[in-house]
Ligand binder design. Structure first.
Ligand code: HEM
Length: 388
């Protein structure tokens, strides 16, 4: 009897020799990928140098990738720019562990039970309220002056963290400050790097060197705290990098969108006065601020800090929607919406869509075993800082 036929790769634009589809990607890959979905369907494959990229862009495709085949499709690629290589990452990192191994499970459990459990977060509510009041006081003192909201928000989020000693509201910002350094690490990891697509041809050593130097400086800044707290250095750096800039950018975008949409801003104010009177709201009141919460969702929808999710990697070849996803393919997931570029919080008012990983059409934090472990913390920090 004939061996069973392997289904084909998902459809996609025809690759060029050698470069594959790299030239098709353009300057805004997430928009390009969304437009490919309109032409080729919910599952698209592209060749980037030596790598296969599979793009799943419908909720059905997301469910197949992040639920049905979650185990096989939840590996990671270690970006070329990282100073540590795959093997090392597997032992020290959560975000970049190639497989969901014992070390990864240990770190995830630590996050779930110690750092971001309901009880742990609840126990810090007073600290958070105090810190956001400090922010309001600081901002009141700056009336009439130019304030860089991004820096104030970043500093506040940092202060909300146990690492507050490192960065004070009026402390170091700008060039050389911790915001600047974290920004540079994220930039280095997020910059598309040809060496990721042609691993043999490691010509762009400069970027890797740069990220090594930045990391060394960050380690130097954190050493005393780590001594004091006995926290694993890498996990700490990782949580800070993953957690602070993402929440800060969501808050900053929400502010910008609300300032551009006076009607939405009025609704936020009216709801605030109705629910909290003239006082600043307590954290426990935030869940009653429905309109504020849908503004946060809309900001996450329109400006997701990780627009394509962190790429997953197929640990083995796997069949998805009658196509073959080959072993080692990278998987990403852009989001597609009606009237996508408009800030319209109302779209969430009439739906029960939430971002906790069960609604596959809206996954700003991902879903499945690799879902963002900081979600419970971000879900508290973002509306709290924004409303203040
Ligand atoms: C608005 C805020 C945030 C957004 C939108 C966000 C989004 C995401 C997304 C999309 C992923 C990838 C999920 C996947 O691969 O399927 C992720 C992973 C991750 N996030 Fe977040 N995140 C946010 C805040 C945070 C915070 C506050 C922390 C921690 C303090 C954090 C720590 C991490 C870590 C460690 C991972 C890697 C998890 C793994 O690979 O197992 N994030 N996040």
């Amino acid at each position: 009897s004939r061996p069973p036929k392997t289904p084909p790769l998902p459809p996609g634009p025809k690759p060029w020799p050698v470069v594959g589809n790299i030239l098709h990607m353009g300057k805004k890959p997430h928009l390009t990928l969304t437009s490919f979905a309109q032409t080729y369907g919910p599952l698209v494959s592209l060749r980037l140098g030596t790598q296969t990229l599979v793009v799943g862009s419908s909720s059905a495709a997301a469910m197949e990738i992040l639920k049905t085949h979650d185990r096989v499709l939840s590996g990671r690629w270690v970006p070329f720019v990282s100073p540590a290589k795959s093997l090392e990452m597997n032992h020290i990192s959560m975000s970049w562990s190639v497989e969901c191994n014992e070390n990864w499970k240990y770190l995830r459990t630590l996050c779930r039970t110690e750092l971001f459990s309901g009880a742990a977060l609840e126990s810090q509510a007073c600290l958070r309220e105090k810190k956001v009041k400090d922010m309001v006081k600081y901002l009141s003192g700056m009336e009439g002056k130019v304030v860089k909201i991004a820096e104030v928000v970043f500093a506040t989020l940092f202060n909300l963290d146990a690492l507050k000693r490192l960065y004070y509201l009026r402390g170091r910002g700008g060039d050389g400050g911790i915001k600047d350094r974290i920004g540079r690490i994220l930039e280095a990891y997020a910059t598309p790097n040809l060496s990721d697509f042609y691993p043999v041809n490691s010509t762009l050593q400069g970027l890797q060197k740069k990220s090594e130097v930045v990391l060394e400086r960050v380690y130097a800044m954190w050493e005393p705290i780590v001594e004091e707290r006995k926290v694993r250095l890498y996990a700490l750096q990782e949580l800070l990098t993953a957690g602070t800039d993402t929440s800060a950018s969501t808050i900053e975008w929400a502010m910008a969108e609300l300032m551009k949409s006076p009607e939405c801003m009025t609704k936020v104010h009216e709801e605030l006065v109705r629910e909290a009177g003239q006082d600043l709201p307590k954290e426990s009141q935030l869940s009653q601020l429905t309109y504020l919460q849908v503004c946060v969702k809309e900001s996450l929808r329109l400006h997701p800090p990780t627009p394509l999710m962190l790429p997953h990697r197929a640990l083995d070849s796997c069949q998805v929607m009658n196509y073959t996803v080959p072993k080692n393919a990278q998987l990403v997931r852009p989001m597609s919406w009606e009237d996508p570029l408009k800030f319209k919080p109302e779209r969430f008012l009439s739906s029960t869509l939430d971002f906790k990983g069960n609604d596959f059409e809206f996954l700003p934090f991902g879903a499945g075993r690799r879902i963002c472990p900081g979600l419970p913390m971000a879900a508290r920090h973002v509306p709290l800082v924004l409303v203040h």
